[in-house]
Structure formats: structure tokens, C-alpha cells
Design a protein around this ligand. Structure first.
Ligand SMILES: N[C@@H](CCC(=O)N[C@@H](CS)C(=O)NCC(=O)O)C(=O)O
Length: 259
């Protein structure tokens, strides 16, 4: 359950904790959710909405460079979203897969299977999304849509790898309803975070005819109230949408470093 929305993201944490202390209606459990409307944060948005965990939305406008603010780097030294602060335990966490696993332990909801074999297999797919789907899709988007011209080799490589990865997911879903086990869970949520970007990643609006099993699962998740709640978060803040020179400097600092 989203509790409230704070527009000023980078008020020092000490101050936000102080302000919480004077409002006795706060429950002891509150997740500060550092969010940008992008695939990895959207996995966490979906989990938070599914579980009803009490959270506060903390927008991080990465196209304005807010990920590099010293206050945010104390929470995520990797300067990316998502990240969370669990004010119940004081934990700061970053990286979407680690956050999902932490929140599962915290809430007990959407646990991975207990059976060691099923659990290992679920983790295989969860890690495949974290280390394969995400990075290859991300680099495919970068070289195809955002990098300067002249990257044919890189576009070819990442397009090939992204297609191959999404194809493996589609094949996996051909004879099963969900990514792991018999029920909807965090591996499906992790997939959903990236899923609606596939036509953009592969620059093909007709791509779903090649990946019908992925589309079937994404459509099913989209029908869930939690998915609608997660999608609605992006309209709670006026995130910058232009990928102009300033945004490129913030998001691709290797270019700025070369001057
Ligand atoms: N492995 C990280 C990747 C995080 C990541 O790349 N986040 C993107 C949004 S999907 C981001 O914040 N990009 C901003 C930037 O690179 O400056 C995770 O799974 O959370």
C-alpha cells in the first residue's frame, strides 16, 4: 500500500526520519522506495503493490542526474534505481533482485519453492533475468536508440543476444503458465518489469507474434490490480522524458569524462 508521496527526494535521510518521528501515525514498517519509471524499479513496484507493504515513493529523476546526488549514493553507491531503505530495520538495499529476495524474506509473501531442486531452478530463471535479460536488453537499447551513429557491430551483437535471451524465456513458457513452479511469483514479477519494453528493445512493434508465450503471461499480469497500481506510479511525479544532451551526460558519464 502506497502511503504517501514525497516530491523532494533528496532531503537528508536524518531529516526525513526526524519528520517521521513527530507523526505518530506512522507504523514502524515503512519502505522508502527510490524509483524511476524504468524496468528494474518496476519489478519492485509490482512486488510492493502485490504485498500491500507500506511504502513511500521517492522519485529519482535519472535524466536530471539525481542518481549521482551524494544523499542517494549513500543508499545506492551504484547510482541506479531501484533502491530501498527499510526504516523498520535500517537496511539500505540496492539491485532489484536483491531487493525482491529481501522483501520476500521480510514479508513471507511469494516465497521461492522450499524444495531445493525447484528452488534452484527458480533461482536460475531469476538470475537469468537479472544477468541476461536486463543487461543485454539494456545495452541493446543503448546502442540502438541512444548512442551516436556508427555502432553497427554493437547493435548487431546486443540485438542478437537480446533476441536469444527473450527467445529462451518464450520457449520456457511454452508449456508452463508461470516462470517457476505452478504459481505466480517473483520470477514473473521480475520478467514483467522488462516485458512491455520488448518492442522498443528489439525495435519491432510486431515482435509479440514471435514471443506469444511471453505475451500471454504479461497480459495475465497486466490484469492484476497490483500491475495497474505499479504502472500508475510514474504519473505521481513529473519525470523528465527528453533524452537531451544533459540527460545523456548524466546517464552516460563516460561521454562527459572525455569532454
Ligand atoms: N542491476 C541493477 C540495474 C539497475 C539499473 O540499471 N537501473 C536503471 C533503470 S532500469 C537506472 O537507474 N539507470 C540510470 C543510470 O544508468 O544512470 C538492478 O537490477 O537494479
Amino acid at each position: 500500500m502506497i502511503r504517501r508521496f514525497r516530491a523532494a527526494v533528496f532531503a537528508p535521510r536524518e531529516r526525513s526520519l526526524q519528520s517521521r518521528a513527530v507523526h505518530s501515525h506512522y507504523s514502524p514498517t515503512m519502505i522508502e522506495f527510490y524509483y524511476h519509471p524504468s524496468p528494474n524499479p518496476e519489478k519492485i513496484a509490482l512486488y510492493l503493490e502485490e504485498t500491500g507493504l507500506d511504502y513511500e515513493l521517492m522519485p529519482v529523476d535519472t535524466r536530471k542526474g539525481e542518481q549521482h546526488a551524494p544523499a542517494f549514493l549513500k543508499i545506492n553507491p551504484n547510482a541506479k534505481t531501484p533502491a530501498i531503505v527499510d526504516t523498520d530495520t535500517g537496511a539500505t538495499l540496492f539491485d532489484s533482485t536483491a531487493i525482491l529476495l529481501y522483501l520476500v524474506d521480510k514479508t513471507g509473501q511469494y516465497r521461492l519453492p522450499e524444495d531445493p531442486v525447484e528452488r534452484g531452478q527458480a533461482l536460475s530463471w531469476l538470475m537469468f533475468i537479472a544477468t541476461g535479460i536486463g543487461p543485454y536488453s539494456g545495452q541493446c537499447v543503448h546502442f540502438r536508440h541512444f548512442a551516436p551513429e556508427g555502432n553497427d557491430y554493437a547493435v548487431n551483437r546486443y540485438d542478437f543476444e537480446a533476441r536469444r535471451h527473450w527467445g529462451l524465456i518464450n520457449d520456457h513458457l511454452a508449456d508452463r503458465q508461470y516462470m517457476a513452479g505452478d504459481t505466480y511469483g517473483i520470477v514473473d514479477m521480475a520478467l514483467w518489469g522488462w516485458g512491455d519494453r520488448v518492442p522498443f528493445i528489439l525495435d519491432n512493434q510486431g515482435i509479440w507474434s514471435e514471443y506469444p508465450h511471453i505475451k500471454r503471461l504479461l497480459d495475465e499480469i497486466d490484469e492484476r490490480p497490483a500491475a495497474r497500481g505499479a504502472r500508475a506510479l510514474k504519473s505521481r511525479h513529473a519525470f523528465k522524458t527528453e533524452m537531451d544532451d544533459d540527460a545523456r551526460r548524466h546517464m552516460f558519464p563516460q561521454n562527459a569524462a572525455r569532454g
